[in-house]
Design a protein around this ligand. Structure first.
Ligand code: FES
Length: 225
């Protein structure tokens, strides 16, 4: 029988159910999946971060499809952007992913990974909101909120809507993923996620914000890569 994603997952789940694979979590099983067969058009690849289209009512709706620049953002303002470098297909088995780009008050740990702005008082940062490291939902940036887990209020955090994991974009720390790899993340504040939300390092080229592709291994979970 050929090893397809469907029969691989069926076999892996049967193994887990039999107890032999009981130590493996679902995310760990997902990372064992063979990569999906994808055929991306390399002529349509781009390494710039583009304001996401079809986001009615957002502040960036008039900029949809345009390359993001740091001057587009006010402090603590976030936007969803699409990113489709040609390396994505080989590394993650997909053609395009959606990230969240934010201008944040500068913290020292951010400088290496983001773009400094406002005389060094602010930094543009990109976060991998395409997949939560718990069970692969899509975390969203919240200006403010009330935690259903701890009861406290919070500001400017990522919240995963599925199981309420919360991540602090101002606290960039090194974490270890489920395969033992080192990953730079927005720190996990609460919730069941095994570690924080990975960042995507960015650079600036002629005023345009570009995603770096040298850390794509940080995004290899939930069956990607
Ligand atoms: S999928 Fe994000 S907390 Fe469960």
């Amino acid at each position: 029988m050929p090893v397809t994603r469907r029969n691989f997952l069926k076999g892996a789940l049967a193994l887990a159910g039999s107890g032999m694979g009981g130590a493996l979590s679902v995310p760990a099983l997902m990372t064992l999946l063979p990569p999906p067969v994808v055929r991306c058009n390399s002529d349509e690849a781009y390494d710039t971060l583009l304001f996401k289209e079809r986001e009615p009512g957002t502040w960036y709706e008039p900029l949809a499809g345009k390359v993001a620049r740091k001057e587009d953002f006010a402090l603590n303002q976030a936007a969803m952007v699409t990113w489709a470098p040609k390396e994505l297909e080989q590394e993650l088995g997909t053609c395009e992913i959606v990230l969240t780009l934010i201008k944040l008050p500068a913290e020292e740990a951010m400088i290496e990974w983001g773009i400094s702005d406002d005389g060094g008082n602010a930094v543009m940062m990109a976060y991998h909101t395409y997949k939560c490291p718990h069970l692969c939902c899509k975390p969203v940036f919240m200006k403010e909120g009330l935690s259903s887990l701890s009861g406290g209020t919070y500001e400017n955090m990522f919240l995963c809507p599925c199981h309420l994991s919360r991540f602090d974009p101002l606290s960039i720390v090194e974490a270890t993923d489920e395969l033992g790899r080192k990953v730079m993340v927005a720190e996990l504040v609460e919730g069941p996620a095994p570690y924080g939300l990975p960042i995507v390092p960015i650079i600036e080229r002629d005023g345009e914000l570009i995603g770096r592709t040298d850390k794509l291994e940080w995004l290899k979970y939930c069956g990607q890569g």
